[in-house]
Write a protein that binds this ligand. Structure first.
Ligand code: FEO
Ligand code: CA
Ligand code: CA
Ligand code: CA
Length: 699
């Protein structure tokens, strides 16, 4: 960049794109009264192991009475080894690492595929830093996150081919400095943008929008265990511009009427897609997490449906609304009231975000549907309980922001295999969790007209409750949690697990979030009463505490494994985030120590972000994989035969300082995966892992 040009730009940095932009403190009129009334049992004060044992006996006796007979469907199958006796974990733990590479246990191999910019569709434009916004819309998006492998038959989400399928993944956000040729050598941080005068470069804004969303990629295994892209009509990019429909109670509400859709039926795009979900009818659900940061609102009074999600004056993260020359697809990110009414401007555009978005990967022409019954918040992802014929469909979703909540949706209609489709998600009840200190819990319904969700608190109807889900949940007395991230359901006993990544701002502990200034996070687990996922009560315990092996000498920072024993060098972890439980009940845990913290201070001992594996029956846990510098490990799924695992590496090199970036690409902290820093920035990518002896991953 010439000095002349450099003098005309302004650098704006509103932080990283994957961390919550808001610390919303809720107002809980009933909760504090209730918590004071409940006896605080010693569940978490002493040995977590005792608690875990008590929970397990309850879990095994009380959960899923049909679990034995379900084994063929969800537990083992021909390919799994669910019926085998012996330890679930057979690999040698890998050590914490600060190296700029992937490390897997002895006897395992890996391959990197589908980095950001890989052409997958359209005219298949080859990756280059000079790619245009239009070209980006035909390539893999940036910042890979939640992911699923759909076997190519297109029938069952976890059964079918293990050699060919559709890999579907989210692209959470972008780092503009790595995307635009004229940003090289400018002192930019990970989240920084460049303003040229009062505007943003139009094509750069388009490129950033098109790097968001979801990719559907047809992939196939070769004879040498490596995987390749298949050029196929399934390959598809869904971006921040793709037309989408609103479904469920919010469809047609005044709160989602915009200039684009005066009837409140549609919107464009999905943003900040973090984790995902897989429905029992074989579709994909992308979560909209930190979407609020994409909007600005310069109105004097910010409405509650904006304020409670962190939308403020014109400080949006990427300032797309200021793209040079305007255009409706950019202006919509300005939620200021500029027209005569809501159908003349985009004051309601932010209300079209914060949802779970259903995508049918096997129909490339399908219009994605935002399922508003599941609530509007910072959805990390969604996880479904086992689908049982004749029973409601149940799914769980966490709101990843400090002191926010865990939700569950229970459909009104029963599941009917072969008949049920996504429309079952449009009618039902959204509940929010209260974790009592005595190890019991309740699901509190968020239904208009109940528990104060009425005119006395400014609610007009169920659509209003759903658009203001956070507010409603706080009012009914939900338990504020330490940033709920991914959830997982054990297919063999129905136990539900959620990662609570950290919450250094917690000043008041509660039973389910027992550490103030929770810097390393924990994993909570519960069993629904009677083994019914639709139950309104449950029993919970804490599965493990993130933390060090005791070397800091601070009890509040010490980790505990599922047996209540101190973590060791083989399994210490901080900030659990990604989570998945395989057919044999291995619990796969991925870490996301933020790029502002990793490799320093109390986080130094953990090294780079990693993936671990725990056996819930024995409490054993080992580190399986470590990633390169500056990234987080996220997204995890195996093929049905469990012989191939896919994970994602997101934001390698994000720890690079503005000064280092200014010095030039060779000073970027990570050169993963291309090892060609002069030409290629660090790129998020997918990693394929297999066991050299052809065995089950983890065994
Ligand atoms: Fe996108 Fe909560 O991590
Ligand atoms: Ca992150
Ligand atoms: Ca995450
Ligand atoms: Ca995270």
């Amino acid at each position: 960049m010439s000095n002349e040009v450099r003098n005309q730009i302004t650098i704006v940095d509103n932080g990283n794109g994957d961390e919550p932009q808001v610390s919303y403190t809720d107002n809980r009129p009933f909760a504090s009264v209730l918590e004071a009334r409940l006896a605080r049992r010693s569940l978490l004060k002493g040995s977590a192991g005792v608690a875990a044992l008590g929970f397990m006996s309850l879990g095994l006796a009380g959960c899923l009475s049909s679990s034995d007979s379900d084994d063929d469907d969800v537990g083992g199958g021909d390919a799994g080894n669910g019926g085998e006796v012996g330890p679930l974990i057979g690999f040698t733990a890998v050590a914490p690492s600060e190296s700029d590479e992937i490390v897997v246990p002895p006897g395992y191999s890996y391959q990197v595929i589908l980095p950001w910019g890989t052409p997958i569709t359209g005219t298949m434009p080859a990756f280059d830093i000079t790619n245009t916004g239009e070209e980006q819309g035909m390539q893999m998006g940036s910042h890979h996150d939640g992911m699923h492998f759909f076997p190519i038959e297109g029938e069952e989400p976890f059964e079918g081919s293990s050699d060919e399928g559709l890999l579907v993944m989210n692209h959470e956000y972008v780092e503009p400095r790595f995307m635009h040729a004229d940003h090289i050598g400018v002192a930019l941080g990970s989240g920084a943008i460049v303003m040229k005068g009062d505007v943003r470069d139009r094509d750069q804004a388009l490129k950033e929008i098109n790097a968001h969303g979801v990719s559907v990629v047809h992939v196939r295994k070769r004879a040498d265990n490596r995987w390749e892209l298949v050029q196929s009509e399934y390959n598809r990019r869904i971006t921040g511009l793709t037309p989408m429909e609103l479904h469920g109670p919010v469809r047609g509400s005044d709160l989602v009427k915009t200039k684009y859709s005066p009837q409140g039926l549609a919107t464009r795009g999905t943003l900040n897609n973090c984790a995902m979900g897989v429905t029992p009818w074989n579709t994909y659900m992308a979560a909209e997490e930190n979407w609020a940061g994409y909007f600005g609102n310069r109105d004097e009074t910010i409405p509650r449906e904006h304020a409670h999600y962190g939308i403020r004056a014109n400080d949006s993260r990427y300032r797309w609304a200021l793209a040079e020359g305007g255009g409706d697809e950019f202006i919509r990110f300005d939620a200021t009231s500029t027209g005569a009414d809501a159908t003349q401007d985009y004051r309601n555009e932010p209300n079209c975000f914060g949802w779970m978005v259903e995508i049918d990967p096997f129909d490339p022409n399908s219009v994605p549907k935002k399922r508003t019954s599941l609530g509007r918040f910072g959805h990390e992802g969604v996880v479904f309980g086992p689908a049982i014929e004749g029973k409601p469909v149940v799914c769980y979703s966490g709101d990843d922001s400090t002191n926010q909540f865990i939700y569950k949706f229970v459909s009104e209609q029963p599941f009917q295999k072969g008949v049920t489709d996504g429309s079952i998600l449009d009618t039902g009840v959204l509940y929010v969790a209260r974790f009592n200190d005595d190890g019991t819990g309740e699901w509190l319904p968020l239904v208009y007209g109940q528990n104060g969700l009425d005119a006395s608190n400014g609610f007009r109807d169920q659509a209003d409750v759903l658009v203001n889900t956070r507010l409603a949940a706080g009012l009914v007395g939900a338990t504020p949690m330490d940033r709920p991230e991914w959830g997982a359901v054990d297919p063999n006993n129905g136990d539900v697990y959620f990662t609570l990544t950290n919450n250094s701002g917690r000043s008041t502990a509660n039973g389910a979030n027992p550490r103030t200034q929770n810097r390393h996070g924990h994993i909570i687990r519960w069993a629904e009463a009677g083994g019914e996922h639709a139950s309104t009560t449950f029993e919970w315990d804490i599965f493990l505490f993130g933390g060090d092996a005791g070397q800091s000498g601070q009890a509040n920072l010490a980790g505990k494994d599922p047996n209540g024993d101190a973590l060791t060098v083989d399994n210490l972890l901080s900030s659990p985030d990604g989570l998945w439980i395989d057919k044999d009940s291995r619990v796969w845990i991925q870490t996301d120590i933020g790029e502002g913290s990793q490799n320093s201070g109390v986080y130094e001992v953990f090294g780079n972000n990693a993936m671990l594996c725990a056996d819930p029956k024995t409490g054993e846990m080992r580190r399986f994989l470590t990633g390169p510098i500056g990234q987080e490990i996220t997204g995890v799924i195996t093929t049905p035969d469990q012989r191939t695992m896919f994970i994602n590496v997101q934001h390698p090199g994000a720890t690079t300082t503005p000064t280092e970036w200014e010095l030039g690409p060779r000073y970027v902290r990570s050169s993963w995966p291309d090892r060609n820093p002069a030409r290629l920035p660090p790129r998020s990518a997918t990693v394929v892992i297999w066991k050299d002896d052809g065995g089950v991953i983890g065994s």
